[in-house]
Ligand binder design. Structure first.
Ligand SMILES: [Zn+2]
Length: 60
């Protein structure tokens, strides 16, 4: 996916990240796009220990 196509509020799969998001198969909505447009923050739709979390995702 090209970041030029990503907008705030878009839904995307959250990649597995051993440190910040080890769970497979979660999706969420884009809540932030970095100024250099290389990183987005995605808020996971699933609860993590009862909490809502956002994960930074690098876009290639
Ligand atoms: Zn999650």
């Amino acid at each position: 996916m090209l970041i030029t196509e990503i907008k705030i509020g878009d839904r995307m799969k959250i990649p597995v990240n051993q440190k910040f998001h080890p769970e497979h198969g979660h999706s969420g909505k884009v809540v932030y796009i970095s100024e250099d447009r290389k990183t987005v923050a995605v808020q996971c739709e699933e609860k993590h220990d009862g909490k809502t979390i956002s994960v930074m995702v690098k876009i290639n």
